[in-house]
Design a protein. Structure first.
Ligand SMILES: Cc1cc2nc3c(=O)[nH]c(=O)nc-3n(C[C@H](O)[C@H](O)[C@H](O)COP(=O)(O)OP(=O)(O)OC[C@H]3O[C@@H](n4cnc5c(N)ncnc54)[C@H](O)[C@@H]3O)c2cc1C
Length: 409
């Protein structure tokens, strides 16, 4: 451990939020001890953004976050902004680029971001103590006593930055949630977010043989008309169900049993297109026309062709357009603009990028992330019921929440 005298602050979790809290507090002259049970700091940073870390989003505004209290994140996001983080990245000479939709990535590797954080931490006098499991936490003499693999540790302030439940094989635990309960804090039920959907056997049969087909689509989940729950990006059919950015985004808004609806031709009034095609090419088969506007394999399958088991019967009957009434063409158009599936479930925490839910924001100060009922105890990052969309928003929450807590401890 680098801190010889007792620290002012112990941070549990050397991930994005924990390291950023420690940097901010260390720079204020606080003696900070960061501990993590993993053998390496920032493991999720290393695997993020396909290895290039989508480290922020220029559009990180509150509407891009799910939370029972949508206003909670405003203060932290205003006080430590994407521009602030980008300035830091640039001061460290890290090459970056904007990919799409305001998403900023490293040109080279996510390792650049982790190295930057560890350098900043070292400058602030902080070196994470790794392989250090915490077996118990209690309050004593106005501070906190931790039982750990390295013996008993005490500090007047404790920051919990142990993240959510996603990817247990990378060391994710429910530590923050258990500690919150131990201290009598309410929780918003956690569930996997930014996660692929799985299909029922019936829907798997509907899409059999289509794994790998990608479409540009608008995916909607959550109660019809609910704010921010329609996403236009790629949708990918997998051998288990559906994935791709639009699906991952929608999954964070989905509740078991609910349908998702997919507009398969977002740039086209499909009903009108089909009726116009009937006038222009009356002898053309419906599946040919659909194959012009959708991936051909998908269009064939919709019309009951190309099933690996040779089964016939699709969602749409393909005939020459001249044999189809305008009404039935309009119905096909409507159906494909509201293609509806009720997912069997999600792939769960095994592949989820985030955990939706967590420590109820009503229990925390939005200015300091301190528990109102337990002075000196702070929760930051993904452990809190603030979940960003896909696209760099979750790291920005980790930086912003960590920074504000670091100013307060
Ligand atoms: C595959 C993948 C890709 C992602 N890509 C992106 C991306 O490109 N952009 C983006 O914004 N977000 C991305 N995310 C989400 C992002 O990684 C998280 O939201 C972010 O890491 C949360 O930061 P955190 O510090 O709260 O938690 P974490 O980064 O998960 O850190 C928690 C730390 O606590 C430690 N810990 C856990 N339990 C204990 C315990 N009991 N005792 C001691 N230590 C413990 C863990 O070992 C870990 O080091 C991705 C997530 C995944 C899974």
């Amino acid at each position: 451990m680098t801190v010889s005298s007792p620290p002012d602050v112990i941070v549990i979790g050397a991930g994005a939020a924990g390291l950023f809290t420690a940097i901010a507090a260390g720079k204020r002259g606080r003696r900070v001890l960061v501990i993590d049970h993993a053998p390496e700091a920032g493991r999720k940073i290393l695997i993020s953004g396909g290895g290039r870390c989508n480290f922020t989003n220029v559009d990180a505004q509150p509407a891009r976050y799910l939370s029972t209290n949508p206003h909670f994140c405003i203060s932290a996001l205003r006080r430590y902004t994407p521009r602030d983080f980008l300035d830091l990245v640039e001061r460290h000479g890290i090459a970056w680029h904007e990919k799409k939709l305001g998403q900023l990535f490293c040109d080279n590797s996510a390792r650049d971001i982790l190295a930057m954080l560890l350098n900043e931490a070292a400058d602030a006098g902080v070196e994470p103590a790794l392989d250090c499991a915490v077996t118990g936490v209690r309050r004593a003499d106005g501070g906190f006593v931790l039982e750990t693999a390295r013996g008993q540790l005490t500090a007047p302030r404790l920051v919990v930055a142990t993240g959510g439940l996603s990817i247990p094989k990378m060391g994710a635990t429910d530590f923050a949630h258990r500690l919150a309960r131990q201290f009598g804090l309410d929780m918003v039920r956690p569930r996997p977010g930014l996660v692929p959907f799985t299909f029922t056997p019936r829907d798997l049969a509907r899409t059999q043989g289509l794994s790998g087909v990608a479409l540009d689509a608008v995916v909607r989940a959550g109660p019809i008309g609910s704010k921010g729950a329609a996403f236009r990006e790629a949708l990918l059919i997998t051998h288990r169900g559906l994935s791709g950015p639009s699906i991952l985004q929608a999954s964070s808004y989905w509740q078991p049993g609910q349908p998702i609806t997919v507009d398969l031709t977002p740039d086209l009034d499909l009903a009108e297109h089909l009726k116009a095609a009937k006038r222009a090419r009356p002898n053309a088969e419906l599946k040919t026309i659909l194959g012009d506007v959708l991936p051909r394999r998908f269009a064939d399958r919709l019309c009951g062709e190309g099933a690996p088991n040779g089964e016939k019967g699709g969602e749409v009957e393909s005939r020459p357009l001249r044999d189809l009434s305008d009404k039935s063409l309009a119905a096909v158009g409507e159906m494909l603009r509201r293609w509806t599936v009720v997912p069997a479930g999600t792939e769960g925490y095994r592949t989820a990028e985030v955990t939706v839910g967590g420590i109820d924001t009503n229990e925390l100060s939005s200015k300091t992330l301190e528990a109102k009922k337990v002075p000196g105890l702070h929760f930051v990052g993904e452990a809190v019921d603030v979940t960003g969309w896909l696209g760099g928003y979750n790291f920005q929450w980790a930086w912003s929440s960590g920074w504000v807590a670091g100013q307060a401890v």
